[in-house]
Design a protein around this ligand. Structure first.
Ligand SMILES: [Zn+2]
Length: 175
C-alpha cells in the first residue's frame, strides 16, 4: 500500500499539527525565525538546506500564517520572513524538544535560554523557576552554551555568538 501524504485517518491534534510542521527542515526554519533570522539568505547559510526545499518550507509556513512575508526593500525587491504570533506559540514546543534531545541523546549544550528579567535558566516547559512565570519568547535571553563552535563560518552563527533576545532580528550586515 502506498504511504499516504497526510494523516487523513487520524483524528488527533498532534497529527493535525504535524501536517503543518512535521516535514524535515520545517521546525528548524521556525527555530531560526525565533532566533531572529528573517532573510532568505540567512536561513540558507545557517540551515544548509537545499534551496528548493527552503523555498518550499518558507512558502508553506507563510501560507499557514506561521511566518509573514514583508517587503523590506523595493529595488531590487527583497522580502523577509517574520515569525507571527502563531509561529511564536511554537517556542515552548521547540524548547521542550531540545531538552528531550539533550536528555535522551546526550547532545552538547549549544544554547542556554534564560529569563531576561532575572537571568535564571528556564525549565524545559518555559517556566522561570525563580519567578514562577511562563516566560514569553520576547523575554527570553539566548546565551551561547559550552558546546557551541566559537569560530563558526556563517554570519548567522557568528551573530548568535553574543547573547540576544529571541525574536530580535539578526543583523548579519554588521557581523
Ligand atoms: Zn525569572
Amino acid at each position: 500500500m502506498a504511504l499516504g501524504k497526510d494523516y487523513a485517518t487520524q483524528q488527533c491534534s498532534i497529527a493535525r499539527a504535524l501536517e503543518v510542521v512535521g516535514e524535515r527542515w520545517t521546525l528548524l526554519v521556525v527555530r531560526d525565525a525565533l532566533y531572529g533570522v528573517r532573510r532568505y539568505n540567512d536561513f540558507l547559510v545557517h540551515l544548509g538546506a537545499p534551496r528548493a526545499v527552503l523555498a518550499n518550507r518558507l512558502q508553506t509556513l507563510t501560507a499557514e500564517g506561521i511566518l509573514e512575508k514583508r517587503r523590506y526593500q523595493e529595488s531590487p525587491p527583497r522580502d523577509e520572513y517574520v515569525v507571527t504570533e502563531r509561529g511564536t506559540a511554537l517556542w515552548p514546543v521547540l524548547l521542550a524538544l531540545g531538552a528531550w534531545g539533550r536528555e535522551h541523546y546526550g547532545e552538547d549544550r549549544l544554547r542556554v535560554f534564560r529569563h531576561a528579567a532575572c537571568d535564571t535558566e528556564l525549565a524545559p516547559t518555559g517556566l522561570c523557576p525563580a519567578c514562577g512565570v511562563t516566560v514569553p519568547a520576547e523575554d527570553v535571553l539566548m546565551v551561547p552554551g559550552p558546546g557551541l563552535d566559537p569560530d563558526p563560518a556563517d554570519p548567522v552563527s557568528r551573530a548568535l555568538l553574543k547573547p540576544k533576545r529571541l525574536l530580535q532580528p539578526i543583523d548579519t550586515d554588521r557581523v
